[in-house]
Design a protein around this ligand. Structure first.
Ligand SMILES: [Zn+2]
Length: 180
């Protein structure tokens, strides 16, 4: 973990019981909102309650995935060696983040996402007294979400043809639906 230093006196920050951080040298106080880091980094508190930052564990997991792909497709020994080094660096960063109190990032499978979207639609359809056009919209959202999860660039037309086997004009004719 890299410690964050006070801009006024270069001191380090210590976590207080109210959740803010205090410079050990000049007593200046900050909150986590005052910490600006780049996207791959996230703040953490080490076992001695000092404030610092580490690589975001979610970014390290993605790095390990990339290293596995590099290893699997490596054309020679040297590339495999580099892929192993890449994996090891990501694993070290991941372990460091976990040792400094960051939670294991949650990763969702396609199956879990599909189930959550379908269950959400079932809940809404069961609990609200929806008319048929509204129900059709909820179901269209479910189908569009799942299609976009699998193909983020899918168009409305693709959503309609893949899920209903009909044209956009046909789905517009179900109800008084406009389309731009
Ligand atoms: Zn200070």
């Amino acid at each position: 973990m890299i410690l964050i230093h006070c801009p006024a006196c270069e001191g380090t920050y210590h976590l207080l019981s109210n959740g803010t951080f205090q410079c050990l040298t000049c007593d200046r106080q900050i909150t986590t909102r005052d910490i600006s880091l780049d996207g791959q980094e996230t703040w953490a508190v080490d076992p001695a309650a000092c404030l610092g930052y580490v690589t975001d564990p979610a970014a390290s997991l993605t790095d390990m995935d990339d290293a596995i792909e590099e290893y699997a497709s490596a054309p020679d020994r040297e590339t495999r060696r580099l892929a192993l080094a890449h994996f090891q660096a990501a694993l070290t960063a991941y372990t460091e983040a976990r040792e400094n109190g960051l939670a294991q990032p949650r990763r969702y499978t396609g199956k879990e996402i599909r189930r959550a979207i379908n269950d959400a639609a079932d809940l809404i359809n069961e609990k609200l007294n929806l008319d048929e056009p509204e129900s059709d919209i909820v179901n269209l959202c479910v189908n569009a979400s799942i299609t976009l999860m699998e193909n983020p660039k899918a168009s409305f037309e693709q959503v309609v043809t893949q899920n209903y086997g009909i044209t956009v004009e046909e789905i517009m004719s179900w109800w008084d639906w406009g389309y731009e």
